[in-house]
Design a protein around this ligand. Structure first.
Ligand SMILES: NC(=O)C1=CN([C@@H]2O[C@H](COP(=O)(O)OP(=O)(O)OC[C@H]3O[C@@H](n4cnc5c(N)ncnc54)[C@H](O)[C@@H]3O)[C@@H](O)[C@H]2O)[C@@H](O)CC1
Ligand SMILES: [K+]
Length: 478
């Protein structure tokens, strides 16, 4: 099963892998035509009803694969209003080759006749709300025919994710859907065929630019759309929590506060004036700080706990107590990771170990790490949390899904890059589901590292990544 949002991401990733949308449209149209070959005898009459989006584009392609049939293509709307280049190109191809085409600008003008087959390609995953005109009238007209109705991707008017329809929807006999089944089709009373359209498996397995689509564009978001992050770190180390907090800010968080021992507050502040500190009593996290930190945590959208905390027994016990009582979303990094397996919590944790830390948590690693994503998925399931295991290939797993990130470079083994990643994950977890936040953070962090190496060669330091996070998250790669 794949949601519309994930489908759009995978489609974008396929494009980045060298398989552009127009190629996928060709495969989709071909698959629809093959379904018609199975359903109808040669010379049967086929009415293709195409909308102006890519769903319609699929059917415009299908028309070219139906030479044995008597095909008429009805385009709903003027050709100039076709929404995408690739659909428009396929319309132009039909026109140039003098296919039997009609444009319908007024719903009253739709003359379907009495076809043997109707191809419903008005709307697919791009539908929002109830069908408007001329689509609504066309849906009623389609439902009134005695034809076998073949819907492209989803019956028009049906929401691919929920199966809901807010008004009239096409009553299809059969549905040819692409790449993977859609959740909304479960409630549709029709034969559903899933057609492979040549999307490489890597477009789903590897993070790519499509994974960033869920973030939206910076101009669409406003201050307050992201969220507030609390970094709980520092003690024996002072640089780590500062890096984490600065990374969270650059990854979009509206506000980041650092809870650290008062003994190091001045030094943490010295890294950046923009950091807001909430110092707690003492020189390392300990039992007395648990309640004040929990109070602070309750006022934030996410918490990042671990960077620079050290592994003093008292500190680890305090981390356990905090995680047990906390109920929100937390990124757990560095020394704090080792307490996670024994912690019982209602919190949603994103754990970011490297392989050494993973072993310390009781997880299994393998030399051939790339092919052993199952180890991460299984251990994540055992923990009940999201795992982001850092390495040459980062593996992100949540017990069900997994994704592999291959951005980044050997220069990133330098200290502090993990702190940056944890901060980015904390910020992104304010706006994305935990698994997505972890995947996008890994992708962007690696991309920032790649950009840094490209700009200045090797000799990378962690702050180089921080400066490049906004571009890595919000700028296209074409
Ligand atoms: N990876 C993918 O996502 C792929 C998608 N493909 C096809 O592309 C389709 C999605 O294409 P699009 O994103 O262009 O979307 P659609 O073709 O589903 O619809 C977009 C158009 O419909 C209009 N519209 C939206 N809601 C409406 C309503 N309630 N009443 C009337 N008009 C409405 C929009 O203004 C827009 O012009 C899929 O369903 C599938 O058929 C395939 O070509 C292959 C790959
Ligand atoms: K459709």
């Amino acid at each position: 099963m794949i949601t519309s949002e994930r489908m759009a991401a995978v489609d974008r990733n396929a494009e980045a892998l060298g398989v552009p949308r127009k190629q996928l449209m060709e495969s989709s149209g071909n698959a629809v035509a093959r379904a018609i070959h199975r359903l109808a005898d040669p010379e049967a009459s086929v009415a293709v009803v195409a909308g102006r989006g890519n769903n319609g584009g699929d059917a415009l392609v299908a028309a070219r694969f139906l030479a044995e049939y008597d095909v008429t293509v009805h385009l709903l709307g003027r050709p100039e209003t076709i929404a995408t280049d690739i659909a428009r190109e396929n319309w132009a191809a039909l026109e140039a080759a003098e296919y039997d085409t009609e444009t319908v600008t007024d719903s009253a003008d739709l003359a379907l006749g009495d076809p043997d087959v109707v191809v419903d390609a008005m709307l697919g995953t791009g539908v929002t709300g109830a069908l408007r005109e001329p689509e609504a009238t066309a849906a009623t007209a389609i439902n009134r025919t005695d034809a076998t109705v073949v819907a492209v991707d989803v019956p028009s008017g049906v929401d691919a994710d929920t199966g809901d329809s807010t008004g009239v929807a096409v009553d299809a006999d059969s549905v040819v859907t692409f790449h993977d089944d859609k959740p909304g089709l479960a409630s549709v009373d029709a034969d559903v065929t899933v057609a492979e359209i040549g999307i490489p498996e890597a477009a789903e397995r590897f993070t790519g630019p499509g994974d960033l689509l869920a973030l939206g564009r910076p101009e669409q978001s406003h201050k307050g759309d992201f969220g507030e992050v609390l970094v709980v770190g520092g003690g024996p180390y002072t640089g780590a929590p500062a890096l984490t907090a600065r990374a969270a800010l650059r990854a979009g968080a509206d506000l980041v506060r650092v809870a650290c021992p008062e003994s190091i507050a001045r030094e943490v502040q010295s890294y950046s004036e923009s950091l807001i500190l909430r110092p707690y009593h003492g020189d390392r996290l300990a039992a007395a700080n648990v309640d004040p930190v929990l109070d602070l945590a309750a006022d934030h959208d996410t918490v990042v706990i671990g960077p620079g905390l050290g592994s003093h027994e008292e500190t680890l016990a305090a981390v356990s107590d905090i995680l047990e009582a906390y109920e929100g979303t937390a990124v757990v990094d560095a020394d704090a990771l080792q307490v996670v397996p024994a912690v019982e919590t209602d919190a949603t944790l994103i754990c970011t170990p490297h392989q050494g830390e993973l072993r310390k948590m009781g997880g299994e690693t393998d030399e051939d790490w790339r092919t052993r994503t199952d180890l991460v998925v299984e251990f994540a399931a055992e923990l009940g949390h999201v795992l982001l295991v850092k390495g040459a290939y980062d593996v992100i797993g949540d017990g069900g899904e997994h994704r592999v990130n291959r951005t980044g470079n050997p220069g990133m083994t330098v200290g502090g890059t993990g702190d940056v990643l944890a901060g980015a994950a904390g910020a992104l977890a304010c706006v994305l589901a935990p698994f997505e936040a972890a995947a996008v953070a890994a992708y962007a962090n690696g991309r920032a590292g790649d950009a840094a190496v490209e700009d200045s060669g090797h000799g990378l330091v962690a702050p180089d990544l921080i400066d490049r996070l906004p571009a890595a998250l919000w700028e296209g790669d074409e």
